[in-house]
Design a protein around this ligand. Structure first.
Ligand code: 0T9
Length: 382
């Protein structure tokens, strides 16, 4: 534990011990203060759009192939935000705040250079296990993303393996007037390394896929140090037809440059440039269920090192939630989602996963379908 503060070394050691007993969901485990983040998991879907121009430009692709390539470019461009932001901003991966059921997060990327405004709506749709549903839309560009995200974690003794559950569906209305296209995005696996030292970071492993309704498939393979390039955070991707014929390939680092064809080919993407963080209304203007308002005192405690205060505030929130669940049970009412409707089997997923020919992908998955009529609803009555 070289990176663990002296007075928290014992706490870190016992946290690592308890990881060995963990059964799939470590979100509710207590961890030593130095590893706590003041940010809730409901904020994470914003990482899908820190390159809003790549998102908007998907629909400008002139044909199916070009649009698939743009989907892949946007997808790869999201990875450094999703998986390395905490290391960049806070020195290591940190344990996010575990959202409460019904927690909300709203954001926007403003219209710049006529690309259109992009809006983000997030709702915590399950607390145990934690599941976050999100909807991102750029109406003008004709591009929208709907998805949900959960995690199953296991401890190897030195690393945490995270299998992501859920999927996302990207819907694209081509600007040239072509037929609407859908893309199923499956999610990569991750490994949290550096646990023993107390400086965790994420490496992506295995593969994920993007399956288009046009028949084209992109497959992305991830490798860390020492495989394709000797560099960490590397990937190779191929786009293939439904007959399995390769159309194009890409390789490089998802935290840096990647190339078309081979490692010496033309630049496909350079993610080292600036990311556009989502704009969020000031806490003083937020409603009670919005993430930053809900957690404001806990976050303040964590930021200022006042962990006792943070702990007390967190307990208050948890007690209030427990009481709500009790009240619901005794009045036989159940919690209702504000922005999403739960469906047992996602019909888009069903169609697209059948095209994917991926034996590892189950034929059915549930989903949280965004209710378009709630697009302008901000917050719920208390
Ligand atoms: C969806 C993303 C996800 C959420 C986070 C595993 C993790 C919770 C889920 C998968 C986003 O699109 C992408 C990025 C980071 C993922 C988190 C990293 C992490 O450590 C947490 C888990 C629950 C922990 O807090 C582990 C405990 C900790 C001591 C290690 C830092």
């Amino acid at each position: 534990g070289a990176d663990v503060p002296q007075e928290q070394k014992a706490g870190w050691a016992s946290f690592i011990k308890s990881l060995a007993q963990m059964t799939g969901d470590l979100s509710s485990m207590t961890a030593p203060p130095f590893i706590l983040s003041p940010t809730s998991l409901t904020e994470f879907p914003a990482y899908w759009c820190e390159h809003p121009a790549h998102f908007a430009q998907i629909s400008e692709g002139k044909d199916e192939k070009e649009r698939m390539e743009r989907v892949l470019r946007w997808f790869i461009s999201t990875l450094s935000a999703q998986y390395t932001t905490r290391n960049e901003k806070m020195g290591s991966e940190k344990k996010p705040l575990n959202p409460v059921l019904g927690e909300l997060f709203y954001g926007v990327w403003p219209d710049v250079d006529g690309r259109g405004e992009t809006r983000l709506i997030v709702e915590q749709v399950s607390h145990h296990p934690p599941i976050t549903a999100y909807y991102i839309e750029n109406k003008k560009a004709g591009v929208r993303l709907q998805g949900h995200s959960g995690q199953k974690t296991s401890f190897t003794g030195t690393a945490i393996n995270v299998k992501q559950s859920g999927h996302a569906i990207l819907t694209v209305q081509p600007r040239n007037g072509g037929k609407e296209e859908k893309y199923l995005i499956t999610l990569p696996k991750l490994r949290i390394e550096g646990i023993v030292w107390g400086s965790p970071y994420i490496e992506l492993t295995d593969t994920n896929a993007i399956q288009s309704s046009t028949g084209l498939t992109a497959q992305i393979d991830y490798k860390g140090k020492g495989y394709f390039t000797g560099k960490s955070h590397s990937f190779k991707a191929t786009i293939a037809t439904s007959a399995g014929k390769s159309v194009s390939s890409y390789e490089g680092q998802w935290v840096g440059k990647s190339h078309i064809g081979g490692s010496k080919g033309p630049i496909f993407l350079d993610t080292t440039g600036p990311k556009e963080e989502v704009s969020v209304r000031d806490v003083t203007e937020q409603t009670d269920w919005e993430s930053r308002k809900l957690w404001v005192n806990v976050a303040k405690g964590i930021r200022t090192g006042n962990y006792d205060a943070a702990g007390k505030e967190k307990t208050n929130i948890e007690n209030e939630q427990r009481q709500r669940r009790k009240d619901e049970a005794s009045s036989s009412r159940s919690w209702e989602h504000l922005h999403f409707t739960h469906v047992e089997s996602d019909s888009d997923y069903q169609v697209l996963s059948a095209l994917l020919h991926d034996k590892l992908t189950p034929p059915h998955e549930d989903a949280y379908v965004f209710k378009p009529e709630t697009m302008n609803v901000v917050g719920r009555p208390n």
